[in-house]
Design a protein around this ligand. Structure first.
Ligand code: ADP
Ligand code: MG
Length: 213
């Protein structure tokens, strides 16, 4: 479903990521562990096609990302890859519902308000639909961020350190939300973390451990 081989990424002379092989099957869930600076964010950016690796091959849902030019890559990402960033990436001038519809628009899909409402309901934040991001609590912002990521029923859901700023109870809830959302849509889930708690909340998942570069 996804397959990375001989991937290496450099920022100048820094080798940010060096990964001989990482692959995963549709619908499976993966945990990427590693200390700060080990390349977790770089890996997710490479898998999302936000960063083109210096070397190596990245195939997502049968598509070699190197074969897509920038506009096509943006559309492919919007259509098939959901990303939960470390910080909220909601557009501040749009309401929650408009942010979700924007995800459909950017992927070249029809805008379907009923889908936005369904996803918000699933994440228990239906009452935020007409609010602006700045009016949301941190927890609501995170749920809406997940809602936007799953809006287009992605094949792959990527979450970058989703629990790093949360207390134990909320960390467990967020992992539960991500695993449930991914399972409901049959998405492959990849979560990065340096947080040992996440491993105990996802004890049966396959893990990849990145070493500090
Ligand atoms: P992690 O998410 O595990 O903390 P990162 O992927 O952010 O790791 O970073 C891996 C390495 O690449 C680190 O040494 C970091 O300093 C470096 N790095 C990351 N992003 C950039 C960038 N935009 N420019 C230069 N160096 C970067
Ligand atoms: Mg990071």
């Amino acid at each position: 479903m996804f397959s990375l081989s001989q991937v290496r990424h450099r920022y100048g002379r820094t080798i940010a990521l060096e990964l001989p092989h990482f692959e995963g099957a549709q619908g499976e869930q993966y945990l990427v562990l590693g200390p700060s600076g080990s390349g977790k964010t770089t890996l997710l950016h490479v898998m999302a096609g936000l960063v083109r690796p210096t070397e190596g091959t990245v195939v997502i849902a049968g598509q070699d990302l190197a074969d897509l030019r920038d506009a096509a890559l943006d559309r492919f990402r919007g259509r098939h890859i959901g990303i939960v960033f470390q910080r909220s990436h909601l557009l501040p001038t749009l309401t929650v519902e408009e942010n979700l519809l924007m995800a459909q628009y950017l992927a070249g899909l029809d805008q379907v308000p009923a889908r936005a409402q369904e996803v918000l309901r699933r994440l228990d934040v239906a009452d935020t639909a007409s609010a602006y991001p700045s009016e949301l609590s941190t927890g609501e912002q995170q749920r809406v961020g997940i809602a936007r990521a799953v809006m287009n029923r992605p094949r792959v859901l990527l979450a970058d350190e989703p629990t790093s700023s949360l207390d134990d109870e909320r960390a467990e809830q967020v992992i539960d939300l991500l695993t449930t959302q991914a399972r409901d849509d049959g998405a492959t889930l990849v979560i990065t973390t340096h947080d040992k708690r996440v491993q105990s909340h996802m004890p049966h998942q396959r893990t990849l451990t990145l070493e500090d570069a």
